[in-house]
Design a protein around this ligand. Structure first.
Ligand code: FES
Length: 574
C-alpha cells in the first residue's frame, strides 16, 4: 500500500469496508449532506472545541474553528467539529481543577470512539490545555493544539491592568478602604476587555507556552493575542498540518518525551510561569510514561535564569511579550539550555522553527547574561511539614520573607478562613504564618486556588501586603506573595498539616528548600494519631470517583487508573 492509500487511515475502518456497518456509516455521512468527494478517502480531522457561553476566554472559538476547517479543506481533509467540556476557570465550581481529568477523559474517549485520523484541540483557559493534551496522549492519535491566545491588556484610568494579579492587588486596596465603590466598578469593566485567556503569565499563558515548547502547536501560536488576525491564520495552518499529520505525522507520544518535558520545565522557569504547571506537567508525563518528579523541577529551576519580565513576577503583559518577539524569541535565546532538536507537529525541530527569531524589546525578554533573576521562578520545598514536597513561586514572593519563622494561625477550611480572617480579635501579627488545610485534591475536593490566603484586614490597614502562607491548595498562576503551596501529603489524607496547632512555630527557608513545623516528631505523630478525620461529603457521581482515585499533588492529581502508557484497545467495528 502506498503511503497515501486511504486504507491506511484510521477512519477507513469506519467508512471503507464493504460491510453492513460501513454502509451505515456512509449512509449517515450522506444524511449530513456529504458525498463521495467530501469524505471518502480523505483524512477525518476531529476538531475538539471547548467553546461555550460559560467560558469568556474561548468566546472567539466560533470563528477560530471556521479557520481550522478552512485549513483542513484546503489540505484535502474532512473537518468534523466536536464540542467538548470547557471547564472555564472563572465560573466552574468548586474549582475547574476538579474537572481537568473529566475533560481529559472526554477528549481521549471522543477521539478513540470516532473515525478521527488527527485531532485539532482548541483550548487555552487554564485546565483546558493540560486536559486536552493528556487526553490526546492517552488516545495515541496525532493531535495539533490551537491555543486561544491571551486577551488584550486591561486599562483603568490609563493604568494597565493584568488579569488576576491586579484583581488581588486592588481588592486589598478596597478592603483597606482605599478604593471607592465607583472605582471598583470601573476596574471591573476594564480588566477583561476581549476574548482570550488571562494575559498575565498565569496558568493559561504558561500552559499554552509549554504546549508549544513540547511541539504540539504551530510555531509561534501561543504568544499571539486572541484578537490578532494572526490567530486565525495560524488556526488555518493548524488545520492544514492536521491533514498532513493524519497520514504520517508524529503521534503525541513522539512529542511528549523526557527531553521535551525538560524543555517545558526550563521554559516555565525562564518565563516565571505558574506553579500549576508543575501539577499539570507531572500529570502529562504520567500519561506519556515519562519519569518526572518534583526534584526535576527544582534542579532545572536552579540552573535556569528567569528572563521574561512578566506579571505576576514582573512588569509586563502577554501583548508586550508578543511584540517583544514572543516565545519563539525566548526559545532562540535559550538555545544553550534547551534540547533544540526535539520534534514538533510541523515535522521540524524547535531549532529549525525558531531560527532567526529576534527579541525586539530587551526589557520584556532579557538576555541570559542579564536576567531578571539568576535562577528560575519556582522552588520545591521538603521538610517535616511536607514530606512529599511543596512548592513556592519565590519570584513572586517578598524577599524578606523567604527565610522566616513565625507562629501559626490555622484555618480548617476556606469557610473557616472567610469567617475569621477579618475578625478584629484574631491574634495575628505580620510575623504570623497563615495555615489553610483541608484544601487539597481530596480535602476540598479538587485542590482549589485558595493558596493565596487573604491578608487580615487589620494588617492591610497597617500597610501589610504580604505574609507567609502555607496550604495544601494551589494558587492562581496570576497570584503572588509568599505562599507555600501543594503541601503533600495533604491534611485530609493524614499529612502533617493536620497536626499544626495555633501558636506552633513554622519555619520557611527557601534557600535551604525547607518547610518545617517546629514541634518534636513524637508530638506530631501523637497529634496525627488522635486526629479525627471528617468523612468525605461526597458519596456519588463524578466527585466520588474523583476523591477515590485522584493522586496527590506531587504526582500530578491525575486519576490512578489513567496513569501509564497502556492503551485502551481500539473499538471493534462489527
Ligand atoms: Fe480563563 Fe484565566 S479565566 S484563563
Amino acid at each position: 500500500m502506498s503511503k497515501r492509500d486511504p486504507a491506511t487511515l484510521r477512519s477507513y475502518r469506519w467508512y471503507g469496508p464493504d460491510s453492513l456497518r460501513a454502509f451505515g456509516h456512509r449512509s449517515r455521512a450522506r444524511q449530513s449532506g456529504l458525498g463521495d468527494k467530501d469524505f471518502f478517502g480523505k483524512p477525518v480531522i476531529g476538531i475538539l472545541n471547548t467553546w461555550t457561553d460559560l467560558n469568556s476566554c474561548h468566546m472567539h472559538f466560533k470563528s477560530t474553528v471556521e479557520s481550522v476547517k478552512r485549513g483542513v479543506l484546503q489540505a484535502g481533509g474532512m473537518p468534523m467539529e466536536i464540542p467538548v467540556m470547557s471547564c472555564g476557570e472563572s465560573l466552574t465550581k468548586p474549582t475547574s481543577m476538579l474537572y481537568r481529568n473529566f475533560l481529559a477523559m472526554e477528549a481521549e474517549e471522543m477521539i478513540r470512539a470516532n473515525p478521527i485520523d488527527c485531532a485539532v484541540l482548541l483550548g487555552g483557559c487554564d485546565k483546558s490545555t493540560p486536559a486536552l493534551i493528556m487526553g490526546a496522549i492517552s488516545a495515541g492519535v496525532p493531535a495539533v493544539y490551537v491555543p486561544s491566545g491571551p486577551m488584550i491588556k486591561g486599562n483603568w484610568h490609563g493604568q494597565v491592568l493584568g488579569s488576576g494579579s491586579d484583581v488581588w492587588g486592588y481588592w486589598d486596596e478596597r478592603r483597606a478602604g482605599n478604593l471607592s465603590e465607583e472605582e471598583w466598578k470601573e476596574i471591573e469593566g476594564g480588566i477583561a476587555r476581549s476574548s482570550g485567556h488571562c494575559m498575565t503569565m498565569g496558568t493559561a499563558s504558561t500552559m499554552t507556552a509549554l504546549a508549544e515548547v513540547m511541539g504540539f502547536t504551530v510555531p509561534g501560536a501561543s504568544s499571539v493575542p486572541a484578537m490578532d488576525s494572526n490567530h486565525l491564520r495560524l488556526a488555518a495552518e493548524a488545520g492544514r498540518l492536521a491533514v498532513n499529520n493524519a497520514w504520517d505525522g508524529p503521534g503525541p507520544g513522539a512529542l511528549a518525551t523526557r527531553e521535551s518535558f525538560e524543555n517545558a520545565i526550563a521554559v516555565d522557569m525562564a518565563l516565571g510561569g505558574s506553579t500549576n504547571a508543575i501539577v499539570h506537567l507531572l500529570a502529562m508525563a504520567g500519561r506519556a510514561g515519562v519519569d518526572l518528579d518534583l526534584d526535576d523541577f527544582d534542579a532545572i529551576s536552579k540552573k535556569t535564569p528567569l528572563i521574561a519580565d512578566l506579571r505576576p513576577s514582573g512588569r509586563f503583559l502577554m501583548e508586550d511579550f508578543y511584540f517583544a518577539g514572543g516565545l519563539s524569541a525566548v526559545l532562540n535565546r535559550m538555545e544553550t539550555i534547551l534540547h533544540m532538536d526535539v520534534p514538533t507537529v510541523n515535522g521540524r525541530t524547535i531549532r529549525e522553527n525558531v531560527k532567526g527569531a529576534k527579541v525586539f524589546n530587551d526589557e520584556v525578554i532579557r538576555t541570559l547574561e542579564d536576567p531578571v533573576s539568576a535562577d528560575g521562578g519556582t522552588a520545591v520545598l521538603k521538610g517535616n511539614l511536607a514530606p512529599d514536597g511543596a512548592v513556592i513561586k519565590h519570584s513572586a514572593a517578598s524577599p524578606s520573607l523567604l527565610k522566616h519563622t513565625g507562629p501559626a494561625i490555622v484555618f480548617d477550611s476556606y469557610k473557616d478562613l472567610s469567617e475569621r480572617i477579618d475578625d478584629p480579635e484574631l491574634p495575628v501579627t505580620e510575623d504570623s504564618v497563615l495555615v489553610l488545610r483541608n484544601a487539597g485534591p481530596v480535602g476540598a475536593p479538587g485542590m482549589p486556588e485558595w493558596g493565596m490566603l487573604p491578608i487580615p484586614k487589620k494588617l492591610l490597614e497597617k500597610g501589610v501586603r504580604d505574609m507567609v502562607r502555607v496550604s495544601d491548595a494551589r494558587m492562581s498562576g496570576t497570584s503572588y506573595g509568599t505562599c507555600v503551596l501543594h503541601v503533600a501529603p495533604e491534611s485530609s489524607v493524614g499529612g502533617p498539616l493536620a497536626a499544626v496547632m495555633d501558636g506552633d512555630n513554622i519555619t520557611l527557608d527557601v534557600e535551604a528548600r525547607r518547610i518545617d513545623l517546629e514541634v518534636p516528631k513524637q508530638e506530631i505523630e501523637s497529634r496525627l494519631e488522635n486526629n479525627s478525620r471528617k468523612d468525605a461529603r461526597y458519596h456519588r457521581g463524578y466527585t466520588k470517583l474523583f476523591i477515590d482515585h485522584v493522586t496527590q499533588a506531587y504526582k500530578g492529581c491525575d486519576f490512578d487508573f489513567l496513569e501509564g502508557t497502556e492503551r485502551t484497545p481500539e473499538p471493534e467495528i462489527y
